[in-house]
Every structure is written in C-alpha cells, then in structure tokens.
Design a protein around this ligand. Structure first.
Ligand SMILES: *[C@@H]1O[C@H](CO)[C@@H](O)[C@H](O)[C@H]1NC(C)=O
Ligand SMILES: *[C@@H]1O[C@H](CO)[C@@H](O)[C@H](O)[C@H]1NC(C)=O
Ligand SMILES: *[C@@H]1O[C@H](CO)[C@@H](O)[C@H](O)[C@H]1NC(C)=O
Length: 473
C-alpha cells in the first residue's frame, strides 16, 4: 500500500543518513527508552540512556546519595569515596555556589559581611549577591566611581540653544538683555547672568542635555547689577525625559518638594548634591525666594548614563531562554556532533539557558580559542551582563570556565570587552559545573547589536548555555 511505500522510503532515507556516521541497532538492546547506536568505537553497540538510567544497557537506575541532588542553591553534589565514610555524617558533600554555605548550601551567606560598598554606600544582602545604595556623587556596583563631571555651562559644552527660560529681564531702556544663555558659572562682564522678568510670577530656567544624563549636583551663583547683589536664595528643581512631563525633585523618602538653599551674595558659589541623583534629559531650576531679582549663574555636575550605569535598572533577560531571540539570530563558528551523529548535533540554537534534553547546549567542532557563538539582537541594545551554564554530554560534565566577550554593530568590526584597569581583554570567570548559573556583569555596560562569547578555558568540551542581560536604550 501507499503507507508501506512511504514507510519504506523513510526507513531507507534514515539508513542513508546514518551510514555516514553511526547507525542505529537493528534491534534496540537498550532498556528504559535508551537509544542504541552501532559503529562507534570498539563496542558492537552503545546505549545512550535516558535521564536517570545508566549502565551498558540502561538497565541500572541512577540512584545514590547525589541522585536526586540534595544540594540547594545550585550546589553540586559529590559522592565521597568509601574510605572517608564514617568521619562525615553522610555519603556526599555539597560544593556550594559563592554566597551560600552549610551542609546543603541552604544558608545564604551575608554577602555584606565583607563590606563591599565603598565611600559610605549602604549594603543590601541578596541571594548570592549584594546591592549597594550609594551616596551622591558615587555610583557603580560598589560605589567606587565618582559621577562628578562639570557638564559644560561654564566650559561651553552646553550651547546657547540648549538653555531656555520662562522670561528675560531687559535693563537700561531695554538695552541690556539678561538672557538664559548668560547663566554660566563665573561669567564676567556688566551683563553676565540670567535674570527673569520683573512681572514673571513663576520663573524657571531650563537646560536640555540632549540625552538622558545622570545629574549628581548643581553649583549656583548670583551676580551684581548696577552695584546691587541679586541672587536666588532658595530654589526647587524639576526634571523631565521628554520636555513635556516634569517631576519636581524630592529627597529620598520625602513627599514634599525639596527646597535647596541657594546663594547669599553676588559672587560666592553654592554647591548642592542630588541624593539620589537625577536621571533626566531636561533639568529646570525654579527660583522660590530671590533677593532683588531672580538672577543666576550656574553649573551642572554629573556624568553620562551609559558609562556609570546602574545595572539594576537594565538587567532584563534579552530572550535566550524565553526565545524572544529566535533561532535565526543565533550562529556559531562550528557545531559538534556526538559520535558524528546528526541527531546529536550541539547547535548554537540550543545555547539557551536551562534548555533541557539530550543535546541541550552549543558545542563547537573543535576545542580551541578560535571558536565563538554569536547573538544578533537585531537592533542596538545596552548590554549589562551575561549568565552562562554548562551541560552534560551523555553523562560527561562539560562547561566553559573562562571566556571573553566581543561585540559589534555591523557584524564585521569587533571590539573585545576590556578590563577597565589593565586595558587587556577582560577574562570572565565562567562555570564550575554543568548546571549552575554563573552571572557576570559588564562594567561599564556597552551598546551593541551583535554579541559574541569567545570560550577561553573549558572542562572536557566547550559547552555553553547562556542568557544576555540588558535593555533597549
Ligand atoms: C543489566 O544488564 C546486564 C547485561 O545486559 C546484566 O548482566 C545485568 O545483570 C543487568 N542488571 C540489572 C540490574 O538488571
Ligand atoms: C560682589 O562680591 C564681591 C566679591 O565678594 C564684593 O567685593 C562686592 O562688593 C560684591 N558686590 C555687591 C554689589 O554686593
Ligand atoms: C582550531 O582548530 C581548527 C581545527 O583543528 C584549526 O583549523 C584552527 O586553526 C585551530 N585554531 C587555533 C587558534 O588553534
């Protein structure tokens, strides 16, 4: 019948494919769903056992002190040799991930115990990690970076067109224009500051930074006009991402608008810190109390967002595990086939965190340092971290223990992530077993469309499952 013919063709095609490599056994000699393969090595046949079974014919159930794994929090279990039995209370020991301890790695160590937060930062203990809350102007994972660049009112990096105001005062029959573009710290001359118009009941001056920035402080200064000191004694600050919706600055945990203490004479500078820092594109200074007139010279203090970015706000999984990143977006230098069998090909499309199955990771054809796996994110994203994981190839624990990361915007010209201190390629510490997640952060983060992981050191074979962390930006 037609059905038989189709079956025959399918069987024939299957055999053709297998002739090139290993072949399945005519009679399956393997128990418990094991796959039987001939033509591999010395043995007449080999059984590839389903999870939980072992032995030459998969007739042994893998049970033991480590099966199932009694260790918590991704700890790995190790059976102890019989000679050491008796001096410990069990037949196994748990090797814990950093940040965990105890017989079963069940105790979450206090990661704040070593006081990782510098410059007065306060520490919060997390699962196998910590987070620092940094006082302004410090930023970074450990509050080790100072966000204190002068943003260019005095220096001129902020140009006239970026500065605007609610109104302008014209002095001496309209001949002197005290425009917002003059509001630059230490500006000299007879007309050397911004002053709002006398009738303006709600004055403000605004700087458009042209992109989102982190602002950690403001320096203000008054001026003297016709021998009289004019200055802003108290002011509020508002900020906006889009120039339409503004929020007035409030101190941490406060519901009322923060009123900053301003100047007290025509010439001294007064520095106020924003703690927490303001992240915004538009910043508006709103005078509340002025002496004689609302007159201002100023400078903004802060830094680029992408350089010292706080990864906490940008560490979403980008879609390896969730499959938001499609198979077509993944590629690699080469792929490995266990025993040369197509069915057991370790495609880059398998390099998804926590992927299950017999072949559940990427593995390249050769184990050397010219292999790579690539993710095309399809548009430029901000990358803040990576999670890596190894896998088992039919029982053998395999993982990448050290790797480099490279990135590109066109897929042709590549940069390797550098160690900030030494300037050399950064070597990321990878996995120590086949299953635990190892997270590394990119500090500073980088922007890229293409990301490559370059295995540098490995255990058994280069074998990788992974997730990228970051956000659109
Ligand atoms: C498993 O199979 C082998 C040979 O195929 C046999 O010698 C052994 O006794 C079997 N073991 C069990 C537990 O069935
Ligand atoms: C402005 O400040 C300078 C320097 O402190 C001072 O010498 C001067 O008298 C001040 N002028 C006025 C009008 O207050
Ligand atoms: C890696 O292995 C492949 C295949 O053996 C070889 O062609 C290539 O030159 C090797 N690269 C390095 C850097 O050793």
């Amino acid at each position: 019948t037609d059905g038989d013919v189709i079956t025959l063709i399918m069987v024939y095609t299957l055999c053709l494919c297998l002739r090139l490599s290993g072949e399945y056994c005519k009679v399956n000699l393997c128990h418990n769903g094991g796959t039987c393969v001939t033509g591999v090595g010395e043995d007449p046949f080999i059984c590839i056992c389903a999870d939980g079974f072992g032995g030459d014919t998969c007739n042994l159930t893998e049970i033991g002190p480590c099966n199932p794994n009694p260790c918590k929090n991704d700890g790995s279990c190790e059976v102890i040799s019989p000679t050491r039995r008796g001096d410990v209370f069990n037949e196994y020991i748990c090797r814990c991930q950093p940040g965990f301890e105890g017989m079963h790695c069940q105790i979450n160590e206090n990661d704040c115990a070593k006081q990782p937060c510098k410059n007065g930062g306060s520490c919060r203990d997390l699962d196998g990690d910590y987070a620092c809350q940094c006082p302004s102007p410090y930023v970074g994972k450990q509050c080790q970076l100072r966000c204190i660049s002068l943003l260019g009112m005095e220096g001129g990096a902020i140009v006239e067109s970026q500065i605007s105001a609610s109104s302008v005062h014209y002095g001496i029959m309209g001949l002197q224009r005290w425009g917002p573009e003059l509001a630059r710290l230490n500006n000299q001359g007879v007309v050397n500051a911004w002053t709002s118009a006398t009738h303006d009941r709600n004055p403000w001056i605004e700087i458009n930074m042209q992109k989102k920035m982190r602002l950690t402080g403001i320096i203000t200064q008054g001026a003297s006009r016709m021998g009289t000191a004019e200055y802003i004694k108290a002011f509020k600050v508002a900020s906006s991402f889009d120039g339409n919706n503004y929020v007035t600055y409030k101190a941490d945990g406060q519901r009322r608008d923060k009123v900053f203490v301003g100047n007290a004479d025509n010439d001294s500078t007064k520095t106020n810190l924003f703690d927490p820092p303001i992240i915004a594109q538009y910043i508006r200074i709103i005078p509340v109390v002025c002496r004689k007139a609302c007159t201002l010279r100023m400078e903004l203090v802060g830094c680029e967002l992408n350089v010292y970015s706080n990864t906490a706000g940008c560490s979403e999984p980008l879609g390896m595990k969730s499959r938001l990143i499609s198979d077509a977006q993944l590629s690699a230098s080469s792929t490995y086939r266990t025993w040369g069998i197509d069915t057991f090909t370790w495609h880059p499309q398998f390099a998804r965190l926590d992927k299950a199955g017999k072949t559940n990771a990427w593995s390249p054809a050769h184990n050397n340092r010219s292999e790579w796996i690539q993710v095309d994110l399809e548009k430029t994203k901000r990358l803040t971290g990576i999670i890596t994981q190894g896998a088992k190839d039919f029982g053998v624990v395999q993982f990448v223990s050290v790797f480099k990361v490279a990135y590109s915007n066109d897929g042709e010209l590549w940069s390797t992530v550098k160690d900030e201190k030494t300037g050399n390629d950064q070597l990321f510490q990878g996995n120590i077993d086949n299953n635990a997640h190892k997270k590394n952060v990119f500090e500073p983060p980088f922007f890229a469309r293409y990301v490559r992981v370059l295995p540098w050191e490995w255990h058994e074979r280069i074998t990788l499952r992974m997730e990228l962390l970051g956000c659109d930006d």
